[in-house]
Each structure stands twice: as structure tokens, then as C-alpha cells.
Design a binder for this molecule. Structure first.
Ligand code: 6CS
Length: 316
């Protein structure tokens, strides 16, 4: 058997390296009876196109960012709330790996659309890049930020006074360079790897949320696998949680070092103080309730359960 595993990133970046490591492990465990082909972003269209391809069974596996299915699976937008998950990365990963709200209930929502998320993992804390230098919510006033395909992001940034625009990431460098978009959000490794720092003067280490990715499979395909094959897939997905946590930690550390070392494109790194983060948190928190109570088709039970699970992990 041969399976295709599409990713939203390029060789060397976290998602692609994940798919490549997954492929090696599957091939080893099955003595080569199953081969998995990792695919870089680009050949199969935009991130939204790739999500549709997985849904239609055009590929078996995909690393998918919930931000690109925000119009289809409303509940997946929960990851784009600001200052909702813990600020500590290990706690974030603990929630993503063990949460019943995510791994059972949210998974069921995705399965209504033919997408089975087998795991959720962080690619790192989100940071903002801009020329303006974001240090307080007011600094967002009048700026246009590129976000993924998620209606909730509009509300979140509107609370700060910004407008949003949805684009595929492969159009983003040019948009920032030309100034048609003022700012963007991504984990540090990706800001460096996609060279966004070359066309932005500052990076704000805001930790406003995490870049969450999902390991997904086409639901019908997965359900049709022999039990022993399904077990190999599930076991490998579970093992990969620690692997990818270490991979993203290393890549984000290397990313910040590389930005600092890039004297051709000097980029100011703005570390927010606790007081500054508090200012953002105050503006962002009402959006949590807005999401829970006002966004149509949101399952409030998932929100409530996840909120409790987060509090438990944080020891509250
Ligand atoms: O900003 C984006 O859309 C891209 N960012 C990352 C970290 N991975 C792929 C994604 O498409």
C-alpha cells in the first residue's frame, strides 16, 4: 500500500518533517509493506484546497490547521481565541494531547465533514510581525492583519481595532512587502523560515495563542483500514506527540537565533512584559464569551469542557 501525506509547509519545516518522520516509522513497523509519501505545500493548491482534497479522499493523510476550516467546522475556531490556552508550552501540549473535548467531541464535529483529527499539537507560541511594533492593543488601530480562513479571527482583531484579511501563506511575503497587509501572526520558526522578518521591522513575542496543527485522515478511508493497520497508525500518531513537541521547540529556538543574527534585515524583537500582556488579555477575554454565546453552531459543551480541562492542567 502507498499513502500520500500532504502538509502545509516546506521541507525542513515542522509539518513536513513530521510527515517524513511518520513515513519512516510506518515503513519500519510494517517492514516496508506500507509506504507513506510526505508532500510539501504548493503542488496541490492552497491550504483550503488541501483540506477539501483530504475530505474527498484525494489524499489519505494531511497535516491541517484548524484555521483553514473555520468556515466549515465552526468549533475548530476555538484555537484562535487569544489568551485562552495556558501560556506554558508544555501545559498547552498536555491539553492538546489529553483533552476529551478535543480528542472526542471536536473530533466528532470534524468527522461530520469527513475529516478525522487523530491528534492535535502545537507548532509553537504565536508572535506578531509588523512595521508598527505592537506593544499595546491600541497599536493595532487601523492596521490590517493577515489571518487564516476563520471568521472568529475577525472578531478577535476587531476588539483590538484592527481589520483582517484572509490569504494563503504563499501570497503573504509579497503582500507584506508591498504593504497591502500590515501584519501577520505565526510561530517564530515560520516567520524566519518564510522570511517574513525580511519585510517587517519588528516581531512581538505576544504568546497570544498557539499555532495548533492537526494530524488528520480521511474518515471513510481510516474506518475502512484493517484493525492491525489502524493500530499501527494510532500508535505512531501517539508516539509522534513527544517527537513533534521537541522538534517545534528546537525550530523555534533556532528561528529566534537566526532572526537576531540576520544583520541584513534587522528586526526588533519586542518581548511583552506581564503588564503589557495583561492589557491584551483584558481586551481579548470578552471575545471568549462572544465565541461561546454568539457564534452560530458553536457547541457550548465543548467550550465549557475544554475550559475546565485547561483549568485542571493549570492547577486552578
Ligand atoms: O500562516 C500560515 O498559514 C502557515 N503557517 C504555518 C506555521 N504553517 C502552515 C500555514 O499554512
Amino acid at each position: 500500500q502507498s499513502w500520500q501525506f500532504v502538509t502545509e509547509e516546506l521541507q525542513g519545516e515542522v509539518q513536513y518533517e513530521y510527515a517524513a518522520e511518520f513515513a519512516n516509522r510506518i515503513s519500519e513497523k510494517t517492514d516496508g509493506a506500507i509506504t507513506v509519501e510526505p508532500l510539501e505545500f504548493g503542488a496541490l493548491g492552497s491550504e483550503v484546497d488541501q483540506a477539501q482534497l483530504l475530505q474527498q479522499g484525494g489524499v489519505e493523510l494531511a497535516v491541517m490547521s484548524p484555521g483553514f476550516t473555520g468556515n466549515q467546522v465552526q468549533d475548530g475556531q476555538i484555537f484562535s481565541l487569544h489568551y485562552f490556552f495556558p501560556s506554558d508550552q508544555e501545559q498547552v501540549q498536555e491539553v492538546l494531547t489529553n483533552s476529551e473535548a478535543l480528542n472526542q467531541d471536536l473530533r466528532a464535529k470534524y468527522e461530520e465533514h469527513g475529516i478525522s483529527p487523530l491528534s492535535y499539537w502545537t507548532e509553537g507560541a504565536m508572535a506578531w510581525s509588523s512595521n508598527a511594533g505592537i506593544e499595546s492593543p491600541d497599536d493595532w488601530s487601523g492596521l490590517n492583519i493577515r489571518v487564516q480562513e476563520s471568521p472568529l479571527m475577525r472578531e478577535t482583531y476587531a476588539a483590538y481595532g484592527a481589520t483582517v484579511q484572509s490569504l494563503s501563506w504563499d501570497e503573504l511575503y509579497t503582500a507584506l512587502d508591498r504593504g497591502t497587509v500590515d501584519a501577520q501572526e505565526n510561530p517564530i520558526f515560520f516567520i524566519q523560515s518564510a522570511s517574513f522578518h525580511e519585510v517587517q521591522n519588528t516581531v512581538t513575542v505576544s504568546n497570544h495563542n498557539n499555532y495548533v496543527a492537526m494530524t488528520t485522515v480521511n474518515t471513510d478511508w481510516y474506518n475502512g483500514l484493517d484493525d492491525n493497520v489502524k493500530e499501527v497508525v494510532d500508535e505512531t500518531v501517539a508516539e509522534m506527540q513527544n517527537w513533534v513537541f521537541e522538534e517545534q521547540t528546537a525550530q523555534n529556538q533556532e528561528g529566534i537565533n537566526a532572526i537576531e543574527a540576520d544583520t541584513d534585515s534587522p528586526t526588533e524583537i519586542i518581548e511583552l512584559t506581564d503588564e503589557q500582556i495583561e492589557e491584551f488579555r483584558e481586551v481579548a477575554e470578552p471575545v471568549h464569551q462572544y465565541y461561546r454565546d454568539e457564534v452560530s453552531d458553536i457547541d457550548q459543551d465543548i467550550f465549557d469542557k475544554l475550559q475546565e480541562e485547561i483549568a485542571d492542567v493549570m492547577g486552578e
